[in-house]
Design a protein. Structure first.
Length: 95
């Protein structure tokens, strides 16, 4: 199963958190399930979201949709998310 790491910078963590929690059904509609959320240890407005994805294509569709860009702007994300997408390597941890 593909995994997505999205690194974002938010203007207000609590505002972003509320918006993030409210959009779980939308993410599921794109085949994304929240695996974990981390607040950056050295920068309080930094957030790393880890998502399990049904497919890389669906994840790309989610992050590039106009609706998602609008949601991100409303939630106080200061710039587009940095995305890393990958799949597990058989025979190695996580694979």
């Amino acid at each position: 199963m593909p995994i997505v790491f999205a690194r974002i910078r938010v203007s207000d963590f609590e505002v972003w958190k509320t918006a993030f929690l409210a959009s779980e059904d939308i993410r599921r509609g794109f085949g994304l399930t929240t695996h974990a959320v981390y607040q950056d240890a050295t920068y309080e407005r930094g957030v790393i979201v880890v998502l399990d994805a049904e497919s890389i294509q669906k994840a790309e569709d989610y992050f590039t949709s106009g609706e998602q860009r609008q949601r991100m702007a409303r939630s106080g994300i200061e710039r587009p998310a940095e995305l890393w997408m990958g799949t597990a390597v058989p025979g190695l941890p996580g694979g």
